[in-house]
Ligand binder design. Structure first.
Ligand code: 5GP
Ligand code: ZN
Length: 122
């Protein structure tokens, strides 16, 4: 998609520091973070929304979801549990469509964490 901001980031037409990248996905910090840690996991392939996904996207979605805790750990908001007491942790979020609050119509998984309180988020 020529006019898609996340396609441009994925194609390096807009220089953006990646927190992770492979052949299928790129992850980078949100420009308007809602919490101390807020990054986006974005497929390089243009898919507008989660509602546009089907079974053929299963491996990609799985990769995105499994990257979330791994990258959260690396970015300093991993979840840890010791002797039954948990600490840290993060929120994972796909906004879908206008009523879902989606602003960028290129699929992305928000990973939001760090010490609370967070702006406008429970
Ligand atoms: P949405 O509401 O679509 O789920 O979230 C889009 C997110 O992308 C927003 O949190 C917004 O701050 C972020 N964002 C929009 N444009 C850019 C950009 O050019 N670079 C980065 N790093 N984040 C962006
Ligand atoms: Zn795109």
């Amino acid at each position: 998609m020529t006019d898609c901001i996340f396609c441009k980031i994925a194609a390096k037409q807009i220089p953006t520091k990646a927190v992770y990248e492979d052949d299928d996905v790129i992850a980078f910090n949100d420009t308007n973070p809602a919490a101390p840690v807020h990054f986006l996991i974005v497929p390089k392939q243009h898919i507008a929304t989660l509602a546009d996904c089907n079974e053929s996207h299963g491996a990609l979605l799985s990769k995105m979801m499994l990257l979330a805790p791994k990258l959260a750990q690396e970015q300093g908001c991993g979840y840890a549990e010791a002797e039954g007491v948990g600490s840290g942790g993060f929120k994972t979020l796909f906004n879908t469509g206008p009523d879902g609050g989606q602003e960028v119509y290129h699929l992305h998984l928000h990973v939001i964490g760090g010490p609370r309180p967070w702006r406008g988020l429970r």
